[in-house]
Write a protein that binds this ligand. Structure first.
Ligand SMILES: [Zn+2]
Length: 97
């Protein structure tokens, strides 16, 4: 047995790319059905956002996977940002001008 000393020199370069973290794919939104009261998760493609002239006419809609009813809920500014940022199809109800 020869006493060989292995020097464990390890260069660890930690590259944490928090700044460049983007989650474009696989965005899931939690929603609930007021009809059958089942909560579920919906993908961006299953949601639709309609932006009206005012916040009162701005809403998002989805079809309940449980009972099949179309649920319509008012969307505030934060929800609009969330949905549009998550890739939800946006329909603008008011025409410019
Ligand atoms: Zn339902």
């Amino acid at each position: 047995m020869s006493g060989s000393a292995t020097s464990g020199v390890q260069e660890m370069s930690v590259e944490v790319a928090f700044a460049g973290m983007r989650r474009v794919a696989g965005v899931v939104f939690k929603a609930g059905c007021p009809d059958c009261r089942v909560s579920f998760e919906l993908g961006a493609s299953e949601l639709r956002l309609a932006i009206g002239a005012t916040s009162r006419t701005t809403f998002y809609s989805f079809v309940c996977p449980e009972c099949g009813v179309t649920v319509r809920k008012p969307a505030g500014e934060r929800i609009v940002e969330l949905l549009t940022g998550g890739g939800v199809r946006t329909l603008r109800l008011h025409s410019a001008g």
